[in-house]
Write a protein that binds this ligand. Structure first.
Ligand SMILES: *Cc1c(COP(=O)(O)O)cnc(C)c1O
Length: 369
């Protein structure tokens, strides 16, 4: 059998960076700045610049950045936040951690992103914010979300955990919402060697409060103004991310190459291939196709050594943890159908053309049977 193709190959990314990473980590060890510190400060500057934003703050995960984003907007017990049921669960955790309630609206079938046309009728007097996700790296319809939010005087937060470097109408995502949150989980487009996240904003007051919430609710050591958290990014992760950030644009171009090649090689299969809205650029975190025969296709890929994954097999409104919200099957048919039909193919910058061809060949063989 030909070589298997992994779903994700982090070793392939780390290998050429190894000497640079060893040096950067050694410097952090030498100066003993383990929690925040100069490497984190430098990375925050560089990442803010990358996003075209005023402020970027390092967090110990994307989830904690999202939590603080909700706190910054005053989300609290009894409030509602309108969000997508079709994402990784952490998007909703941020709302739940504040004692607020996620209010779901269905997604758009073409982009898998929250459908902005459905936001307005979900707004109630308790609505405090809107939290859409740039899913799989594809920007959500920012203009439509911004318009309905403006009309109702609501802020929105971008969950950009999968979309580092994606562009909406020529401009980097991460600067459209009141706040935007990124994840540096190792498998993300920009990954730490461990956990990490960032909160990005153009608002000085929000940035200052986020900094305090990140560090025990204090700006002066041992003086605490409000309940805070230990959400600091580690110094070593700041050093690692600083090294990797320099390669991110190139990696995004490589992901675009992989996506374009898949599109070519899979065009005449019955698969529904991912599309990118005109004028936008996806960061191609995932290459997610859909087919009514998803489960069979998955078995076929597994049997032929082609890595794959389902993002996501169960929409959030049907998760056990959210049973108390009272949603039922059929409430969000587009998201539910997507969860039965999607399959993510191998996608990472180092994927070779031979590997892409092998994936396509195995997929094509499935439909030939
Ligand atoms: C990864 C992810 C998060 C959470 O990030 P962590 O760094 O793993 O905490 C949040 N939202 C989405 C959409 C994600 O993909």
């Amino acid at each position: 059998m030909p070589e298997p193709v992994p779903y994700l190959d982090l070793k392939a990314q780390l290998k050429p960076l190894r000497a640079e990473l060893d040096d950067a980590i050694a410097r952090t060890l030498d100066n003993c700045s383990f929690c925040l510190g100069p490497d984190v400060v430098q990375f925050e500057k560089d990442f803010a610049k990358f996003c075209g934003a005023e402020y970027a703050l390092g967090f110990n995960s994307g989830t904690s950045a999202l939590h603080v984003a909700m706190l910054l907007l005053g989300v609290g017990p009894g409030d509602e936040v309108i969000t997508t049921p079709y994402t990784f669960i952490a998007t909703s955790w941020a709302i739940s951690y504040c004692g607020a309630k996620p209010v779901y609206v269905d997604i758009d079938a073409a982009t898998f992103n929250l459908d902005p046309k459905l936001i307005e009728r979900a707004i109630t007097p308790k609505t405090k914010a809107v939290l859409p996700v740039h899913l799989y790296g594809q920007p959500f319809d920012v203009d439509a979300v911004a318009a309905v939010c403006k009309k109702h005087n609501l802020p929105f937060v971008e969950d950009a955990a999968q979309a580092h470097g994606a562009k909406y109408q020529g401009k980097s995502i991460g600067t459209f919402g009141a706040v935007s949150c990124f994840s540096f989980y190792p498998a993300k487009n920009l990954g730490a060697c461990g956990e990490g996240g960032a909160l990005v904003t153009n608002d000085a007051a929000l940035a200052a409060r986020a900094k305090s919430l990140r560090e025990h609710g204090s700006t002066v050591r041992y003086h605490h103004d409000e309940i805070g958290y230990n959400y600091r990014l580690e110094g070593i992760q700041g050093a690692v991310l600083g090294v990797k950030l320099k390669h991110l644009e190139k990696w995004t171009r490589e992901r675009q190459r992989v996506a374009a090649r898949y599109a070519e090689l899979l065009a005449d299969t019955p698969l529904q291939l991912p599309t990118v809205t005109a004028g936008n650029e996806s960061a191609w975190h995932l290459y997610t196709v859909r087919s009514p025969r998803r489960d069979e296709l998955k078995k076929h890929l597994d049997a032929n050594g082609i890595g794959n994954a389902v993002h996501y097999p169960m929409p959030l409104h049907l998760q056990k943890v959210y049973a108390h919200l009272g949603y039922k099957p059929g409430d969000f048919p587009v998201a539910e159908q997507a969860s039965r039909e999607v399959l993510s193919l191998p996608m990472f910058p180092e994927l070779t053309d031979a590997q892409i061809q092998r994936v396509a060949e195995v997929v094509r063989n499935f439909f030939r049977k």
